[in-house]
Structures are given as C-alpha cells and as structure tokens.
Design a protein around this ligand. Structure first.
Ligand code: HPA
Length: 270
C-alpha cells in the first residue's frame, strides 16, 4: 500500500470542501488562533451568515480539535468579491500528530485556490508597552520547533515570508499596529523566564506555539502570508504574573470586537 502524500491529501480535502460548501474556489484563508474565535462572526458583511459551516472532521486528513477554546469548524464566507475560508481552530505541533497534520489546513486552503493566508494566534509579548489585547503584526519568525513541514531537498526561500505588502495594507487600516518577530516554541508548556530572555536576545519579541510551521507551508504553496498575534499576556518573567490558558482565552474575548473589526477591514484589501 502506498501512503497518500500530504499534497494529495490536501487536494482530496479541497475537493470535499468544494462539494460540502458548494463553493468551487476560495480566495483568502484565515486561521483563527487562541482568542480570535469571536472575531469570526464579524467577518461576514453586516449580519449575513456564512455560505456554509462544516466540521473539520468532514474533510479528509483533519482530526478533531483537542484544545479548549479551539473549535473544530471551518466556515466559508462570502465577503464582497472574496470567498473566505475560515478555520476556527488549528492543530498544534504539541498535539503530537506530526507536522504534516499541523500544516494540512494551509495545504488544503492552497489546493482550494487561496492565494493569501492570514495566520492569527494568541501569544506572549516581550514588549511591556503591549498590554493584553494588543494586536501585533508578525514581521518575521524564529522557528524553535527543530522541524519543518518540508521534507527533502526543497529549499524554499523565506525572505519576506510575512509579506511587507500585506503588513503595509494592514497599517493603512490601523496605523497604530506595531510589529514583532514571532518565536515559535514547541510547547505545550509555557516558556521559562530564561527562554523568554533568550527569545529576546536572538531577536524575538513575541512568543507562541504555532504559526511558523504553517507560514513555511504557505510560502511553499506560493501563498502570500499575513501574520497577526494577539498579545494575550506579557511573556513569562517579563511580568511576575503566572500564566494560564483561561486568562489567555479571556484576554482574547475582551479584545474580540477590536480583532474582528481589524480583520474585517483588512480582508477586503487583500
Ligand atoms: N507563550 C506561549 N504561547 C502563548 C503565550 C505565551 O506567553 N500566550 C498565549 N500563547
């Protein structure tokens, strides 16, 4: 028996997606991370409902969501002249399902026609001026997972991985948006204060457990990437406060309207 390649599996998922949603081609994909879920409802134009909503498990290659606050559903939303594909959850590296599972939504989105990938997450901030609830554009990343979604001699260029063009568009919508370098740790434990200090020394300013691997897969697929972190807390040791997942979700809920408005104003420009 030959295993299906991750790329063929993504094509199968895209075909099933088209069948279940009745939408032949999507344009812009969004992954909503911790704290971003309530923003989903603001992506459809004024009070309109999504074209379709399905469970991730309806599509080949997707497992069930396992993290509280991450709902395993996918929405297809018509927004102006764009058809959005919105993942209301992601598979994290720390779930141990393998890197191919982590980036399967990205590859499915690419196979569904998306040329733009918007990756959002909840993250810890190193800059004390970022109070919980502050959105920060990702300008670059440092991948500390020790792995890659790419296998073999596949030398993908990651210069300008987080598109300067898309960051400029986002800033037109909200000129107050700061930017930072995202450091992906493997998790699921939060970082130690020493690890957070290291992240700062090597050039990072936001720490989290997602996004970098997905961005690499998106670039491999030729998509343009916009990354936005919602700083839900100051990173470990930057403030003395202990971290917990419930507080991360709460900071997201508190910032949901602002994030939803931000996304719904950026998306039409993409
Ligand atoms: N570290 C890693 N991941 C996170 C954090 C953090 O401080 N906050 C939200 N997700």
């Amino acid at each position: 028996m030959t295993d299906t390649s991750p790329y063929d599996l993504a094509k199968e998922a895209a075909a099933t997606l088209a069948e279940l949603t009745g939408v032949e081609k999507h344009d812009v994909a969004l992954v909503l991370g911790s704290g971003w879920l309530p923003a989903a409802d603001l992506l459809a134009p004024d009070g309109q409902s999504p074209t379709a909503e399905i469970a991730t498990t309806d599509l080949p290659g997707f497992g069930a969501a396992t993290v509280a606050g991450h709902s395993g559903r996918i929405r297809s939303i018509a927004a102006g002249d764009k058809q959005l594909l919105v993942f209301l959850s992601r598979t994290h590296f720390y779930e141990g399902r393998g890197v191919a599972a982590v980036v399967h939504p990205v590859r499915t989105a690419a196979a569904a026609g998306c040329r733009t990938m918007v990756l959002t997450n909840g993250a810890g901030g190193l800059d004390t001026s970022w109070s919980p609830g502050t959105p920060v554009l990702i300008s670059d990343h440092i991948n500390l997972t020790g792995t890659s979604p790419l296998v073999g001699a596949n030398f993908v260029d990651l210069t300008d991985l987080y598109s300067g063009r898309l960051r400029a568009l986002a800033r037109q919508v909200d000129p107050s948006l700061d930017e930072g370098v995202y450091v992906q740790f493997p998790g699921p434990h939060y970082e130690t204060p020493a690890e957070v200090r290291m992240a700062g020394i090597i050039g990072g300013s936001i720490v989290g457990m997602s996004t970098a691997l997905e961005a690499i897969a998106a670039r491999e697929a030729g998509m343009e990437v916009l990354g936005i972190s919602l700083v839900t807390n100051l990173a470990a040791g930057i403030s003395d406060a202990p971290l917990n997942h419930e507080e991360v979700l709460e900071a997201g809920r508190a910032a949901a309207t602002r994030m939803g408005e931000l996304l719904s104003r950026i998306v039409p420009q993409l």
